[in-house]
Design a protein around this ligand. Sequence first.
Ligand code: ATP
Ligand code: MG
Length: 441
Amino acid sequence: MVTTEQLYDKFLECTGVSTDTRRITPDCLFVALKGDKFDGNQFAEQALAQRARYALVDDPAVAERDQERCLLVADGLTALQDLARHHRQTFNFPVIGLTGSNGKTTTKELIAAVLSKKYRTYATVGNLNNHIGVPLTLLSLNEQCELAVVEMGANHQKEIELLCSIAQPTHGLITNVGKAHLEGFGGIEGVRKGKGELYDYLIQNGKTVFINSRDKTLMAMYRERLKDTRSESTVAEVIFYPAAEAADEPIELLQESPVVIYRDSTKQEVTTHLPGRYNFENMLAALAIGDYFGVSVEEANRAIADYNPTNNRSQVITKGTNTVLLDAYNANPSSMAAAIRQFAATPAKRKVVILGDMYELGEESEAEHAALGKLIADSKFDLVILAGKDMHYALGYLPKAYYFPDKFSLHNWIMDNPMTDTSFLIKGSRGMSLETVLPFI
Ligand code: ATP
Ligand code: MG
């Protein structure tokens, strides 16, 4: 068995880390992980044949076959996390950790765009935000970085605590706390507790917390923790944004879709590529952090104006005479409600929603889909199209909706019923991958 220190020496000889034989680069460290379907140990030999320098394995029989290049540990995942923690400790530049129910990736990208104006900033790539993604993110940092932004996702208790122990954020932000992953967290109180583990870490370690003072839940979560803090030995720095005094508020929302903001300090109107009021909240976080780290207001404005979303998150796509707001990256009750309200408030000739199941709601799935049905009914769209097993719970309020138990029957129907001059909102959980509808519109 190799120790973390020994493993770290080997890691320093490598060019990077990969957990997937389809993404081996010469001289990387291959880490064998066990998934539901595969055991990475079975791919170690192949990874080495593809020029990985070492393979971290937890199967002694595999290690036996190539003792030179296989590094045997008790558990691959724990070893990866320990390695990342060790690597993290060699840096002393700021690491901004962020979590929350919705808007993590967007906010992370906006923060990185703003901070990149002044610092060599490294941010989580895509959505690599879990117990594997966070270690991989940390391991890709090097001394060239001046600042890191790390997205942390969680769907159960103690996960953020673990991710904090690895990433050791010096600064942190919770975007919001809503109805996401209710099943794994055990209801909304559970989500609050689970996400709050970031505040716990930052407060207990005397780090810096950014809090959106307009968000009552976040403010309450912070206050509860202050009451519980007995030791005076560590004092966290708390930055409330936007500025507490309404008169001092330097940023104003002028228009919701796309978001246009007005900045008092520069007397500038900034037009963004992002739709939706919720993206205004995401921008406020990025601007507050940019301000804290000394990015000029002009540079921050430019970063926000130039940021273009990708990956099916809040993308506005024109197809012939149709406009599609493609938000098919993911969905949960909070983000679904935000998107529907937004779409309802957007002017358009004819509005059609194509919505898919919200996953991971456990026992609350029936009630949440039914509540969604009511919200959709109240929003008075021209046409409602629903797909997925649990969406039938929404039908009670929507007698005129078209319902498809799976997305394939939905594709067929859309192909047979072409529409023009229409605005679409497309949204559903990742498992529904509703972006596949797009070619048929
Ligand atoms: P994941 O849990 O998949 O990592 P995430 O928290 O990173 O998601 P994003 O990918 O940034 O979130 O955004 C996903 C969707 O959530 C957006 O397309 C939008 O519909 C919605 N959303 C984004 N920001 C907010 C917000 N501040 N409040 C509510 N909903 C939001
Ligand atoms: Mg994300």
